[in-house]
Design a protein around this ligand. Structure first.
Ligand code: ADP
Ligand code: ZN
Length: 642
């Protein structure tokens, strides 16, 4: 890796964090807790940082690393679980003029030796390595030597939840990281994660021996992400419409539960003209790598993936995250959706879900070999997620409340923008439950035949639809046959979903037959009120007061409708296109993703402001000193020639 900066330019840098933020990264101000965190770590404090995905964790250790690289010496060691992503992270730092490198198995022997020399000389500002590398005897001996000479400036442990077995990404190798504290107790450590769960947090503290570290918990709100959850009708068609209407040409991620569905959805989307790639653990490592690379480097690709994809992906311009299947729980949902809109520009989190999702998730828990206590925990988490999906009030308030944060209606979720109509489903719920009860009675009276049935048959009976099955089981004679004809099939599905979600019904056996639980009695007695979203409200409800009465009264309002602060006029749009073309060339030359050169938001600002001098250009957010020096003249030329 070429060192694209001279050591002298770093030596010139100040150790003042704000000045580093402005001069190196080109950003005017710290966000949220960043300033306090940086200040604490620069002063040798240990820190545990909980910040949502896209919150800006990287700068929390990068700036201290630069500030503690005094007199051109001092190495910060960054522990990162993903070898595949180190290249781009280091590339981004070098672009900003910070001497950084990674050590991993992808390097040639010569490159590795050269980097080790840079490290041992203390000239590297940051060294990225995976935990398994860090804890090898060779590496520890090198760290010992650096430490003895006072050249270990900092340890940053990224994705720190990997140390916890409670988290969802547990890595054995992370456990060995406590050696850092034992061996180098005087070197400050900062551990960072986006996982908010209390249990995981306590585990991180214990396992990394961070008892004395200062805890920084940021707000988990991601205000630029618009949340929407729609009822599953025809999931593929709904997805396609969402992508085509709102995100044509945008980069996005579509999550599916199974590998098979990932493959099918990706090839189907491609057939429909949406550039899409599959990603799951069943694919060859080389294919996975290639698809990930293309997603990061090319503009506007859609990645269809299982949850195997996403950790450490810091592509800032992912404009949407779509869920075709229900995630496991709210933590998973929030982490996955958080991959949208890291650049702070409007982004969409969209999910479609239906009765089958609820049934599947519930079964996966029931059928798992885990202990009862664990299962109960899982059920509780699923119920919280279902409550979010069925909610008719602000989604964000519920999400944040789940993470222990109070807030008020956000104005940027589907329910805030178009308050769904609700209907009182208490009576319908009682009909459904008593119908199931009648099935049992009928079977007992006849002393033969099945006593339990699935949702499809139940709905047929409630709606009074004659089928072979209703005839065969004598269900046309039941008092409940046809009592629910006034409700649509979709309404019935919503009722059953809710009853399962609330635990008044459960599913059983290979056919997912419906069974009453003990608490069903409370519903039958009328002690439980059920208020439901109008079925398919998201697609059929008239646009209400929410939107400014414009043409976009359609249901499918998403973040795209929200104009950026100042839309680009025609000339600026042309300049923006020119700048993008220029950036693509630079990115190719440097073998880096385009966003590492400049973010979209920075290019848009350049196009809008059309600076004529280097000084003006340097004032734009995202243009640091090194980039101004390296690209300033070229950019001004592109802007002039456009
Ligand atoms: P995280 O690691 O927490 O998911 P990142 O560190 O990748 O988030 O930061 C998300 C994005 O926000 C990045 O593109 C980063 O450049 C940008 N960013 C972070 N801090 C600031 C800031 N103070 N001002 C402007 N942009 C910032
Ligand atoms: Zn809201």
């Amino acid at each position: 890796m070429p060192a694209r900066m001279s050591d002298t330019s770093l030596a010139l840098l100040t150790t003042d964090p704000l000045a580093i933020l402005q001069q190196v990264f080109g950003y005017p101000a710290f966000r949220g807790d960043q300033a306090a965190i940086v200040d604490h770590v620069v002063r040798s404090g240990d820190a545990l940082v909980l910040m949502p995905t896209g919150g800006g964790k990287s700068l929390c250790y990068q700036i201290p690393a630069i500030a503690r690289h005094r007199g051109g010496q001092g190495v910060a060691v960054v522990v990162s679980p993903l070898i595949a992503l180190m290249h781009d992270q280091v590339g981004a730092l070098e672009e900003a003029g910070v001497h950084a490198a990674f050590l991993n198995s992808s390097l040639s022997a010569e490159d590795a030796q050269r980097i080790e020399r840079e490290m041992m000389g203390g000239r590297l500002v940051m060294l990225y390595a995976a935990p398994e590398r860090l804890t090898t005897p060779r590496m520890l001996a090198q760290l010992d030597s650096l430490h003895e000479r006072g050249l270990l400036s900092l340890f940053a442990i990224d994705e720190a939840h990997c140390v916890s077995q409670w988290g969802h990404d547990f890595r054995e190798d992370y456990l060995a990281l406590n050696v850092l504290h034992e061996r180098y107790a005087d070197v400050p450590r900062i551990a960072l994660t986006a996982t908010a769960d209390d249990l995981t947090r306590a585990d991180i503290i214990a396992r990394l021996q961070l008892e004395d570290a200062r805890l920084f918990v940021s707000s988990f709100d991601r205000p630029n992400i618009r949340y929407a959850i729609v009822e599953k009708d025809n999931a593929r068609a709904q997805l396609l419409r969402f992508v085509q209407d709102e995100h044509a040409g945008d980069a996005g991620i579509v999550y599916c539960q199974s590998r098979k569905k990932v493959d099918e959805t990706a090839s189907w989307l491609s057939g429909e003209g949406v550039a899409a790639l599959p990603y799951h653990a069943g694919l060859d490592a080389a294919v996975r790598r290639r698809h990930q690379d293309r997603f990061l480097r090319e503009d506007g690709l859609v990645m269809v993936a299982t949850v195997a994809f996403g950790m450490g992906i810091d592509k800032p311009d992912v404009r949407f995250v779509a869920h075709l299947d229900l995630p496991k729980n709210i933590e998973g949902y929030y982490q996955e959706t958080g991959r949208a809109g890291r650049d702070g520009l409007p982004a969409n989190a969209w999910m479609t879900y239906g009765l089958a999702d609820v049934v599947n998730q519930r079964r996966m828990i029931d059928d798992s070999p885990a202990g009862e206590e664990f299962k109960r925990g899982q059920v509780g988490k699923l119920e919280a997620l279902l409550a979010l999906a069925e909610a008719h009030d602000c989604r964000r308030v519920r999400l944040l409340a789940y993470f222990g944060e109070a807030s008020t209606a956000c104005g940027n979720c589907d329910n805030c923008l178009r308050p769904p109509a609700t209907w009182n489903a208490t009576e319908a719920a009682r009909m459904a439950l008593s119908c199931i009860y009648r099935f049992h009675q009928a079977a007992a009276a006849n002393n033969r035949g099945a006593r339990s049935f699935g949702a499809g048959h139940l709905i047929d009976v409630l709606r009074g639809k004659t089928t072979d099955k209703t005839a065969q089981h004598g269900h046309q004679q039941l008092s409940t046959f046809g009592i629910g004809a006034a409700y649509s099939e979709a309404q019935w599905r919503a009722v059953l979903r809710q009853l399962i979600a609330l635990g008044h019904l459960r599913t059983e056996g290979d056919y997912n037959t419906l069974e009453l639980t003990d608490s069903a009695r409370n519903v039958l007695r009328g002690e439980v009120q059920l208020l439901l979203r109008e079925a398919n409200a998201s697609d059929t409800a008239p646009a209400s007061r929410s939107r400014r009465g414009s043409k976009s009264s359609s249901s499918r309002e998403t973040a795209k409708d929200k104009p950026p602060p100042q839309p680009l006029d025609e000339a600026a749009t042309a300049r923006y296109a020119d700048l993008k073309a220029w950036r693509a060339e630079v990115a190719r030359e440097h073998n880096l993703p385009a966003y590492v050169v400049f973010h979209d938001a920075t290019l848009a600002e350049m196009a809008r402001a059309a600076p004529a001098t280097l000084a003006e250009l340097g004032g734009i957010s995202g243009v640091g000193g090194k980039k101004l020096e390296a690209y300033g003249d070229d950019i001004l030329r592109v802007l002039r020639s456009g």
